[in-house]
Design a protein around this ligand. Structure first.
Ligand SMILES: Nc1nc2c(ncn2[C@@H]2O[C@H](COP(=O)(O)OP(=O)(O)O)[C@@H](O)[C@H]2O)c(=O)[nH]1
Ligand SMILES: [Mg+2]
Length: 294
């Protein structure tokens, strides 16, 4: 079994050396994606014998995961473990993350921060991750606890079948939604994460907003009829009721109540726009899907 460990890294010269040295006890196949760092991350990783993919400039976490997926596939990894470069993950948790794949019980294993006590994790982060995980679960009918963990294991089948495309942190959700659609088995195991020192590259607000937006994007693409169609029907029912009410008033005493008429027309127009969006997106996605399967 060829186990490959992939590390997305952006300006991680402080920790990358000790992490690679620890990981070398587990495998000699370590891929580092150095995503346009302005420090020594790339040189350090190369001098320690890692396979280093260089992005000439910083593109984003998702782009790093994509490059790592492609390289792992190229070197025919049996299992790819993704691992952070900032020292938050423990090498001793790797066995737990790969075990379900080795035992053919799962195709993707998430190291979850919510199955064991992670007291160091700031409360705002816990809340953010829980909200995002709830939205992700809703779009794939699952009950995961941590859709945002970067500590994961992927089987060869997943590497051959999924190519991540989101450049940002939304990639974690994207991979899960794609995997669930292809009926891959997703499991979770508990991990412990450290929050000592510098553990985050991005501001929590911009990070949270970008992940929520991309989660909504994937959900709306997966289920356009539900996402746009249901609100469209609600708007149409409310709008048409107000229009009917206006007509009724006019029939009764010959007057048009402008406020009611405006609400009626406005809401109906919104409903029609959403309905058109739902139908267009639904048809477009089906055409794309059909041409992809040809
Ligand atoms: N390739 C790449 N990796 C990144 C980027 N931003 C962060 N990372 C890496 O992704 C991992 C997790 O990032 P981090 O900011 O610690 O995420 P957080 O712990 O969820 O706040 C670390 O190994 C970072 O070095 C980026 O723009 N590109
Ligand atoms: Mg971190």
């Amino acid at each position: 079994m060829d186990i490959v460990i992939g590390i997305p890294a952006y300006n991680e010269e402080e920790k990358i050396a000790s992490i690679i040295l620890k990981l070398k006890k587990i495998t000699d196949k370590i891929i580092v994606c150095n995503d346009g760092s302005s420090d020594m991350t790339g040189q350090i990783a190369r001098s320690l014998g890692a396979i280093v993919i260089e992005h000439p400039k910083n593109i984003g976490y998702g782009a790093g995961i994509r490059s790592i997926f492609l390289k792992a596939k190229e070197i025919q990894a049996d299992i790819l473990v993704t691992f952070d470069a900032d020292g938050q993950h423990r090498t001793e948790d790797i066995q737990a993350v790969i075990d379900p794949i080795l035992g053919d019980k799962a195709d993707i294993v998430i190291g979850s921060r919510f199955l064991e006590k992670n007291e160091q994790m700031p409360e705002y982060r816990k809340l953010g991750i829980k909200v995002i995980t709830k939205i992700t679960n809703a779009s794939m009918n699952d009950s995961l606890t941590d859709s945002q963990s970067g500590f994961r294991a992927y089987s060869k089948k997943v590497l051959n079948d999924i190519v991540p495309s989101d450049y940002g942190m939304g990639v974690s959700t994207e991979i899960l939604i794609k995997a669930s659609k292809k009926e891959f088995r997703i499991a979770e195991v508990p991990i412990v994460v450290s929050y000592e020192g510098k553990t985050s590259t991005h501001h929590p607000v911009s990070h949270g907003v970008s992940v929520i937006l991309s989660t909504i994007k994937y959900t709306s693409i997966e289920h356009p009829l539900k996402f746009y169609g249901i609100p469209a029907l609600v708007f149409l029912i409310v709008g048409l009721s107000f229009v009917l009410w206006t007509i009724q008033n006019y029939a009764d005493d010959g007057k048009i109540i402008t406020n009611i008429a405006l609400i009626g027309v406005g809401t109906t127009v919104l409903g029609v726009i959403l309905l058109i969006a739902a139908i267009l997106l639904y048809s477009l996605i089906n055409v794309v899907r059909e041409s992809n399967t040809k």
